[in-house]
Design a protein around this ligand. Sequence first.
Ligand SMILES: [Zn+2]
Length: 259
Amino acid sequence: MYNDSHCHLDFSVFDSSRDALMSACQQAGVEGFLVPSTTRSSWQRVTRLAVAYPQWRVAYGLHPYFLGEAKSDDIEHLAECCETNDALAIGEIGLDCWPGAMALDKQQFFFSRQLIIARDLKLPIIVHARKSYDLVIKAVRDTGFIYGGIVHAFNGSLVQANRLQELGFILGIGGTITYPRAKKAHRVLAELEDTAFVLETDSPDMPVCGFQGEVNTPLSIPRIAQSVARIRNSSVADIARQTNNNLLSTFPKWYKDTL
Ligand SMILES: [Zn+2]
């Protein structure tokens, strides 16, 4: 059995196909989904959908790329929302230094404030970081946040991977790894500890090799697991088991309903 540790199944692109997709995932052995939210207006929606789809685990947060409509009082509502809904994690939060992203000082304000809420509520976080690993590490240290989480779609160096692990994070490995040209990502993945990573799709984004231009879904997880197994000289079964264990140790509440 597999889990997808990062997928935006609440996005409207899935509205007409969500039920069928969830059945297809069940048949393909992809049975657990971590769905982070992006804006305050999406918190209610993911909460409602997680009732309809009990195999979803949800996180609440303000995504750095979608801060256009964010206001500082969203932060107080975030804390309240996490407590009311017994949140698994806070996310998707972080820093994005890609061209076209929000002003960095605004991103840093919201990231730090959300790190403080996560610290105070003792919740792990789901991190979005593009060209910003060192800034993310600094913000985590400055706020004294110690509850770890996932740095999703990791594509940094082995040094950055090790520094993030020292801070309690595991790394999300997704579709990038399926591309033969992603040599650097392959080298880093080959060197990681077994306990250092989990599988993710970032659906509907980040299609796997051969499916460029299509809407990505969690059905790509077995294909990602195959690539990971090949690169690490391991078996698909071992990769599935290990990454599921890694999710459980990072998110103690992941399976609380079934315990
Ligand atoms: Zn995401």
